[in-house]
Design a protein around this ligand. Structure first.
Ligand code: 5RP
Length: 275
């Protein structure tokens, strides 16, 4: 692996801990104005100081993120269908030239193993990795799940291993029972998505279970910015991921930060389908 590739990976997986707290705000690329992300700039700005890397589309990056930020970015480069259509029918929608111009530290795309357009998304991944290798740009493969698809070890383990075989440098998936086996059979770092919003303590437990079973961290969205106290929540997640704090310690931190800050008004005008 060349220096540029290794340097970019080190910008989002912190070498001090070997872990990462990525903030996922890419939901709008197929969901539109998701609850909590209606005004992306307002949601993102207070969270950036606590974020190891921001995961977003180029549209949100250009319109809603201050270019003076030191926080590195992993750019979502796949898309195609909206939530109204067959989700697996994705193509690569943002060029590697644009990724370079935007000075990002990685690109991310979804694969849909087991879905109608499985082959298309896997060949997308292979081609993206080949392009990335030429310029030292790491690729994060996201194991998307359709509404009818399972989130168990058999399915997620299959998808993660396939992503690594195609050359993904990092894989994002969901936590499942037997997660340590998934990590053991995936030769690249694995981060977990948070999934739909749950009570804060449950999200902390999810993050703790994942890192204790070998995850390199989280790429979390809704469980942070759909919280009434997103800034407290991301700091509690950091305590679990980077400082190896227990769920109780992280919960106590969350509670103390929460009490010291005003909650935000959660608008909840836009639908967030279960995915
Ligand atoms: C959408 C994504 C999201 O970034 C991912 O699901 C993470 O967000 P959340 O924690 O809200 O699940 O990749 O395809």
């Amino acid at each position: 692996m060349d220096w540029g590739m290794r340097n970019r990976i080190a910008r989002f997986i912190k070498p001090e801990t070997g872990r990462t707290v990525m903030l996922a705000v890419d939901h709008g690329y197929f969901l539109g104005p998701t609850s909590g992300l209606e005004n992306a700039r307002e949601t993102i700005a207070p969270l950036l100081p606590y974020t190891d890397s921001l995961m977003c589309t180029r549209g949100v990056l250009r319109t809603s993120v201050d270019p003076k930020t030191p926080t590195p970015v992993v750019l979502r480069v796949s898309g195609g269908p909206s939530v109204l259509k067959e989700l697996s029918n994705e193509e690569i929608t943002t060029s590697m030239e644009d990724a370079l111009r935007l000075n990002v530290c990685g690109v991310g795309m979804s694969i849909f193993v087991g879905a109608e357009f499985e082959k298309q998304t896997l060949t997308n991944l292979g081609k993206l990795v080949s392009e990335g290798e030429k310029i030292g740009m790491p690729v994060l493969a996201i194991t998307a799940v359709g509404k009818e698809m399972g989130r168990d070890l058999r399915f997620l383990g299959l998808a993660c291993r396939i992503a690594a075989e195609y050359g993904a440098h990092c894989v994002k998936t969901y936590y499942c029972e037997g997660f340590d086996q998934l990590v053991a059979s995936c030769p690249v770092p694995v981060v977990i998505a948070g999934g739909k919003k749950t009570p804060e303590k449950e999200a902390l437990e999810l993050a703790a279970n994942a890192v204790n079973e070998g995850a390199a961290g989280v790429d979390m969205g809704r469980n942070i910015w759909q919280s009434e106290w997103p800034v407290a929540m991301i700091q509690a997640i950091r305590a679990v991921v980077h400082e190896k704090k227990s769920v109780k310690e992280a919960w106590d931190l969350f509670e103390s930060l929460r009490k010291a800050t005003k909650g935000k008004k959660v608008k909840g005008v836009a639908a967030t389908p279960d995915f």
